[in-house]
Design a protein around this ligand. Structure first.
Ligand code: GLN
Length: 498
């Protein structure tokens, strides 16, 4: 079994037709994980025995079923979950020492809904500590390496999930996107990343970072695969007060790549200096390709784009400083003992949080403190409204917005860790969608001269994920960037079953 060209859809169909069993497919992916994990470090926790046990159960259910159409749609399909989403009985470290021994007794809603649909969670993927980062280098358990070039970062913070999918260690993985953490690693690893509308998928069981920005998304090889997962997870959840009561659409992808009647806006602010010329070129070519499929392309403006980094890096740390107050050595995780309660707090938080998390807690606490609140937090909230208005205005003229995902392709490990500002600037093109709450999808549209993937993102009005998926699918029906396999991950006989 050569899994390198298998999409999630292929896996689902092969299982449905009885061409493979869930045990066979799970074993084959586990074999790839075993071979590649020492080089990629995509996982923080693996449960091969549990996965195989569940695969055997899935096979039994399938053979016993009298009516195969009554079976759960993703029965017996192995996936991975970013380690900031809870999976009952598996550790949830959030890439942090402060949650080293935390084993949550419940499933995140997104995870529970996929389990109800039949998936098997093989493990938890690496992430920047509490999802704070753009490179997965902020994980307390060591970085993940990009399967296209292990000397480079996979992006972040869902770097483990993106690398695992790119290396074909799993056919799909869950990530989270607060400021780009699904789209940017998707772009760096040459896979497809869907960030839904804020409120579309429940945040229950997603460890809070920036609560007004956090979303649960998917990393897959194709938009068609994202279209399999997204509707299963979406929809109102009484356990998340910000989840929306919007009905969940059935997603029908077009049979023909016909984009006539679609208007795509290209924001001029995304093509300014600082953008790697090869990225600009590949994205422009991809936009031309969409025009070739019938879309009308128009120039638009999102004038507040230059303020995305300062606004996000006030709001997200402010929310983080409040959300992370609960990790005090008393309620969760390990404790560093001390003389007094304050001493316990001080030592536990001082020793078990990493440097980036501490930086954000300090930034956020400062921005929220009396005397500075109006100057920083309140002002950032006002500018956030302007971002929403930028998008509202743009979407009066166009159906979708096309833009680069990141200013550059994957950068070498260690090059930005000493300079937080240069790391934050990496996020400029992904942050606006989070600030405005709109959905986005990133997918590969080319490679640079070093063979590193280049991604493009499409953004849509709230709740228009089906449109994003349909257009990305039309692009993928007529191009083959998404089928390329990292050479590193294709070496040897990994992935073959005996
Ligand atoms: N890179 C951004 C940050 O560090 C976004 C992270 C995310 O989306 N979780 O906050």
């Amino acid at each position: 079994m050569d899994l390198q060209q298998w999409t999630l859809k292929d896996v689902v169909e092969a299982l449905r037709r009885g061409q493979v069993s869930s045990v066979e497919i799970t074993r084959a992916y586990l074999a790839r994980i075993e071979a590649l994990e020492p080089h990629i470090h995509a996982f923080l926790h693996l449960d091969p025995e549990g996965a195989l046990r569940r695969a055997a159960e899935a096979d039994r259910l399938r053979t016993q079923a009298e009516d195969p159409t009554s079976l759960p749609p993703l029965l017996g399909v192995p996936i991975a979950v970013k380690d900031v989403l809870t999976v009952r009985g598996m550790p949830c470290t959030c890439g942090s020492r402060i949650l080293e021994d935390f084993v949550p007794p419940y499933n995140a809603t997104a995870v529970q809904r996929l389990l109800d649909a039949g998936v098997i969670v093989v493990g938890k993927t690496n992430t920047d500590e509490f999802a704070m980062g753009s490179s997965t280098e902020n994980s307390a358990y060591g970085p993940t390496y990009n399967p296209w070039d292990p000397s480079r970062v996979p992006g972040g913070s869902s770097g483990g999930s993106a690398a695992a999918v790119a290396a074909r260690m799993v056919p799909a993985a869950l990530g989270t996107d607060t400021g780009g953490s699904v789209r940017q690693p998707a772009s760096f690893c040459g896979v497809t990343g869907l960030k839904p509308t804020y409120g579309r998928i429940s945040r229950f069981g997603l460890v809070a970072y920036g609560s007004s920005l956090d979303t649960v998304g998917t990393l897959t090889l194709t938009a068609a695969d994202a279209a399999l997962l997204f509707p299963l997870m979406a929809g109102f959840d009484p356990r998340d007060a910000t989840s929306m009561r919007q009905p969940v659409p059935t997603i029908t992808l077009p049979d023909e790549p016909d984009l006539r009647g679609l208007r795509i806006g290209v924001p001029q602010e995304y093509f300014r200096e600082g953008l790697q010329p090869e990225v600009a070129q590949a994205v422009r070519q991809a936009i031309e390709h969409l025009a070739h499929l019938g879309a009308e392309v128009v120039d638009i403006s999102l004038p507040h784009t230059p303020y995305a980094v300062p606004v996000y890096y006030i709001i997200a740390p402010s929310e983080a400083s409040a959300n992370l107050a609960r990790y005090d050595g008393i309620r969760y995780g390990p404790r560093v003992e001390g003389e007094t309660m304050w001493d316990i707090f001080y030592k536990t938080r001082g020793r078990l949080f990493g440097p980036e998390v501490k930086r954000r807690i300090m930034l956020g606490t400062y921005a929220l403190s009396a005397g500075y609140y109006d100057a920083y937090y309140a002002k950032a909230q006002k500018v956030r409204t302007l971002f929403r208005q930028d998008f509202e205005k743009a979407f009066q003229r166009v159906d979708l917005i096309a833009a680069p995902v990141a200013p550059s392709t994957a950068f070498p490990i260690g090059t930005k860790t000493q300079d937080p500002l240069s790391m934050y600037l990496e996020d400029i093109f992904t942050l606006p969608a989070n600030l405005a709450g709109v959905p986005g999808i990133a997918f590969p549209v080319g490679f640079d001269h070093q063979g590193l993937p280049i991604g493009m993102q499409l953004m849509a009005p709230p709740f228009e994920e089906p449109r994003l998926l349909a257009v990305a699918h039309a692009y993928q029906m007529t191009t083959d960037w998404h089928t390329r396999v990292p050479r590193f991950a294709s070496q040897g006989a990994v992935g073959s079953t005996p």
